[in-house]
Ligand binder design. Structure first.
Ligand code: ZN
Length: 429
């Protein structure tokens, strides 16, 4: 038997958070747990002298992580990161004006405003603006991002958005020293979601739009392999339960996995539908009842919670994360970066989850990594263990809890993506 050859080793950190719980160790802390990587996969997490006995380190690039903390890359499982233009004017006016007053000023608002700006943007423009946001997300430790369509709301423009996702997926990941630090070349891995059922476009009737989604959009998306998930926004003024059931059933027939924007402003039964149809995740859940939480837990549907979009829109009804965790649901945290609430930082999401919604620091990190991976049905990431993708962030903070203590701070010193150093400021290689 030959000794496995290590290609990269993250050496001698103060602590590694594997996110693999064990009794008395909810976040899988390994004191001085160096990480040995072969190609794009993790070989082992152990003390350096132990790894040196097991593996051939002769050809390994060594990254000195003395005093640092290592964690899995964040998995941001709900975003609208591809969009045209900006709604900064609407957002700024919201500080002092009601939505009706803003519309009276002639400022376009909401999903319709983003639809118009996204339709007006070229595929290139959408690609470059999303890539710039995604590069910033990577610098905040995020290595996998779900990206939804849903601002096109017509066959041509929905496909355009999804082609941008595909281009972002195939973007060449940065290799060591090939481009200067802080370049926009390294991007997180992208998971693509078709969200044609985000809202009703103004230029067609709701029923004919549902037909267009089912008979034109879903077949085209599937034929061109443009998405892995189909999502529907169920709420007052958006898609009702019957329309959602039709769209999601059609999507499921084609093999697309399912997600639902559920219970954000009203409880129309979106969470129950997610449980009934075997959706991978139900997202938002501000108005979800305890009975529905139990259904989600029993059906294994991941609850995706997004504290910063609720902050950005001053949502009147906080989701009850504690009740969901206690009901046995798997929870994922996500940014929901979108034109209505712009954040690139999963660390900030964790800070709000802990202080506002009662997560422990360990629960928040688990939800931001393992939870995110489960919300995307990905088994190969979210934790640090042999065989998993080598997506690792290096934190320059004295203790794990500093990541939720230092509000607005970016603890990330470097990011390893697919076993390659994708970004780093002053990393000693
Ligand atoms: Zn959303």
């Amino acid at each position: 038997m030959t000794t496995p050859e290590v290609t990269l080793i993250l050496k001698d950190p103060a602590e590694t958070l594997t996110c693999i719980p064990s009794p008395g160790n909810p976040i899988g802390r390994v004191s001085q747990g160096s990480i040995a990587i072969q190609g794009a996969r993790i070989l082992g997490v152990d003390r350096f002298d132990q790894l040196a006995q097991k593996y051939d380190l002769s050809g390994a690039q060594i990254l000195d992580c003395t005093g640092k903390i290592l964690a899995p890359g964040f998995v941001d499982a709900h975003t609208h990161v591809v969009f045209g233009g900006s709604r900064v004017r609407e957002y700024a006016l919201r500080m002092t004006h009601t939505p009706a007053e803003i519309r009276a000023l002639g400022v376009p608002t909401g999903i319709t405003a983003s639809m118009e700006m996204t339709r007006a943007a070229s595929e290139d423009e959408l690609f470059h603006s999303a890539a710039s946001r995604l590069a910033a997300m990577l610098r905040h430790g995020t290595t996998t991002v779900e990206s939804k369509s849903g601002y096109g709301l017509s066959l041509a423009h929905e496909l355009k958005m999804l082609r941008v996702n595909r281009r972002l997926q195939h973007h060449p990941e940065r290799r060591r020293n090939e481009v200067p630090p802080q370049s926009k070349d390294a991007l997180p891995h992208i998971v693509s979601t078709f969200l044609g059922a985000h809202a009703f476009p103004p230029d067609t009737s709701p029923e004919s739009y549902v037909d267009e989604i089912i008979h034109q959009m879903i077949p085209a998306v599937v034929a061109q392999y443009l998405a892995e998930f189909c999502d529907v926004y169920i709420d007052e003024g958006y898609f009702n339960l019957e329309q959602a059931r039709r769209v999601l059933s059609a999507a499921r027939e084609t093999g697309l996995k399912l997600k639902i924007h559920a219970d954000q402003y009203s409880a129309l039964g979106g969470a129950e539908l997610a449980a009934e149809l075997g959706a991978v995740s139900a997202d938002h859940l501000n108005h979800t009842t305890p009975a529905a939480m139990r259904k989600l837990a029993n059906a294994g549907v991941v609850g995706v919670l997004m504290p910063l979009i609720d902050f950005a829109v001053r949502h009147p009804q906080a989701f009850d994360a504690r009740a969901m965790l206690d009901a046995g649901m798997t929870i994922a945290l996500a940014t929901d970066i979108c034109p209505g609430g712009w954040t690139e930082s999963m660390q900030l999401v964790m800070q709000f989850a802990c202080r506002v919604h009662g997560f422990s620091p360990e629960e928040a990190l688990f939800a931001a990594t393992v939870g995110g991976a489960r919300a995307l049905a990905l088994q190969d990431r979210g934790a640090l263990a042999p065989g998993l993708r080598a997506d690792v962030q290096v934190w320059d903070i004295p203790s794990f809890e500093d990541v939720i203590y230092r509000l607005g701070h970016n603890a990330v010193l470097g990011v390893v993506l697919n076993g390659q150093i994708a970004w780093g400021k002053g990393l000693d290689v």
